[in-house]
Ligand binder design. Structure first.
Ligand SMILES: [Zn+2]
Ligand SMILES: [Zn+2]
Length: 231
């Protein structure tokens, strides 16, 4: 009743409700094709104190933990969490390894958990990393990793790891058990310099993840089959 009354009442102020618009900062967004002049600089500072030069509008940047970042560095901050790297501070501004691991791990997470749960026997469970971790080989070269484990009370039964080396930060490697079962450069990195429409972009992304999913599925399945044969 009162609803109807209100609706029919002439509006005191004739202005339509205006969406909240970010104030101009006089800085144009770094994203190609975006002409918003509401950009703010990315707040990222790496372990050597270097700043990121990018500035994005609120629509294309990301707020995280009270700070504003470009998408990539928001990914890095999210990926490594509050954990400092062994050298102290956050990864180098131009290193995409940690965020790449994080993106891929997040997209594969549900599937990997499902596969490992499917391979589990009584008394075994699945645990997973919350963030990306850095590890170093004997030459002190860094690699970024995020893992899932099938474990029982005696320890690790099977481990799945997404890994990107710092020195080759476009190549994603997937380990299942002791071997690399798949590696590849994601299509969104390959075509960085090319023009592609959104539909192609989405299709390529889907194919990439489907391929990774299938590779992991086959490796886990092989593990399970061999295990059954052995028992
Ligand atoms: Zn923008
Ligand atoms: Zn940045």
């Amino acid at each position: 009743m009162s609803q109807l009354f209100r609706r029919n009442r002439p509006r005191a102020s004739a202005e339509p409700p205006t969406p909240v618009v970010a104030a101009s900062t006089g800085v144009v967004c770094t994203l190609p094709g975006c002409s918003n002049d509401t950009a703010q600089p990315c707040a990222y500072r790496d372990g050597r104190g270097r700043a990121c030069g990018a500035a994005y509008c609120p629509e294309h940047g990301v707020s995280a933990g009270g700070k504003f970042y470009c998408r990539r560095h928001a990914g890095v901050v999210r990926a490594v969490g509050s954990e400092a790297t062994p050298s102290g501070g956050l990864p180098d501004i131009d290193n995409r390894a940690p965020s790449l691991v994080s993106w891929v791990a997040r997209d594969l997470d549900a599937n990997v958990r499902r596969l490992l749960s499917g391979a589990a026997r009584a008394g075994e469970s699945v645990i997973a990393d919350e963030t990306v971790h850095v590890a170093r080989d004997f030459n002190r070269k860094a690699r970024w990793e995020q893992s899932w484990w099938l474990v029982d009370h005696t320890g690790v039964i099977l481990k799945v790891t997404i890994q990107v080396l710092e020195e080759n930060d476009t190549l994603v490697r997937v380990h299942v058990g002791s071997g690399v079962i798949a590696d590849g450069v994601p299509p969104w990195i390959v075509r960085r310099t090319e023009e592609t429409d959104m539909a192609t972009d989405t299709a390529q992304r889907q194919r990439f993840y489907q391929w990774l999913d299938e590779s992991i599925f086959m490796a886990v399945d092989r593990f399970r089959t061999e295990r059954q044969r052995a028992s």
